[in-house]
Design a protein around this ligand. Structure first.
Ligand code: SAM
Length: 280
């Protein structure tokens, strides 16, 4: 079998860590996402997956739970709309969110990531069917948003993106999506400012929670979710969820469960990672 080789920059490569986490999760006794497609892609790519730094069961479980909660919020939005909707999935990487959720015919689904990531996605992943399209662009560029029709309520979901943006880029992105669509929601995960500040230092001390180059690519942290409401008229914070509070932690393997509980009690551990939901 010809296995695909991967050449990407540090930030783009981070999608391999999350993909590998979902592949490991799919093999776990208590699998959160059952993402067999992720496992198939991992088998077809010629890459030393240990380099991602992703470990089972800890990373596999926490990343899968984070993904499942964003899946749940996305589905809630789509089901709550009486008519047609758009799902705008930013920084999709090789995530199979569209495949997992199987959106109804009333949904248009748009996956966005850098052009070379989208090329790889086209080669490695089957298309999920339905009204589905991909856009290869940086979300910080001008212009790409005009390719997404502005005719419907839109849920913008992104996982593992905000930390790789600078705050000003995040602010511009939020303003432009809120201004483009008639109404919708913004769903994303974020890290605390403290985690961003200490990530680089931890890596120098050899205590990295991710490879050093990745930690050095983290820029934007969020502590107060209400701060973002001041950036754009009509943007309203709905709720949040700390990663250490996601449901079903009790069903995880003991090592993941204990690790999560310990991190919840470490200084700054509880609010280090969070999911945020806004409406506009
Ligand atoms: C940690 S990965 C997460 C990928 C995917 N959401 C997942 O959970 O598997 C970060 C992703 O953000 C993408 N990304 C980072 N900055 C971006 C930008 N400015 N525009 C588009 N995509 C970006 C990377 O290419 C990568 O796919």
């Amino acid at each position: 079998m010809n296995r695909e080789k991967i050449e990407l920059t540090t930030v783009q490569k981070t999608m391999l860590a999350t993909l590998y986490a979902r592949a490991l999760d799919s093999r776990a006794r208590y699998s959160v996402l059952h993402d067999r497609t992720a496992a198939d892609v991992v088998e077809h790519v010629d890459y030393d997956w240990r380099k991602t730094g992703t470990r089972a069961p800890w990373d596999a479980a926490t990343l899968a739970l984070r993904g499942r909660e964003l899946d749940r919020w996305t589905t809630e939005f789509v089901r709550a709309q009486p008519g047609e909707v758009t799902v705008l999935h930013l920084a999709c990487g090789l995530d199979t969110r569209a495949h997992r959720l199987g959106p109804p015919p009333s949904a248009r689904w748009v996956d966005v990531d850098f052009p070379d990531v989208i090329d790889l996605r086209r080669r490695l992943l089957p298309e999920p069917g339905g009204d589905y399209r991909m856009i290869g662009a940086s979300v910080t560029d001008e212009g790409w948003l005009e390719e997404v029709p502005a005719d419907r309520p839109t849920v913008v979901v992104c996982e593992g993106l905000t930390m790789y943006l600078h705050e000003e880029e995040g602010r511009r992105l939020i303003r432009s999506v809120c201004a483009r669509f008639p109404s919708g929601q913004l769903l994303f995960d974020c890290f605390s400012k403290r985690l961003i500040r200490y990530a680089g230092k931890m890596s120098w001390l050899g205590m990295g929670i991710a490879p050093r180059a990745v930690l050095e690519s983290w820029h934007w942290g969020i502590d107060d979710p209400h701060e973002l409401e001041t950036w754009q008229d009509g943007l309203e914070y709905v709720d949040d969820l700390y990663v250490v509070d996601v449901p079903d932690l009790g069903k995880l393997p003991a090592a993941a469960r204990i690790g999560l509980r310990l991190s919840a009690h470490a200084p700054g551990g509880r609010d280090a990672g969070r999911l945020l939901r806004y409406r506009f």
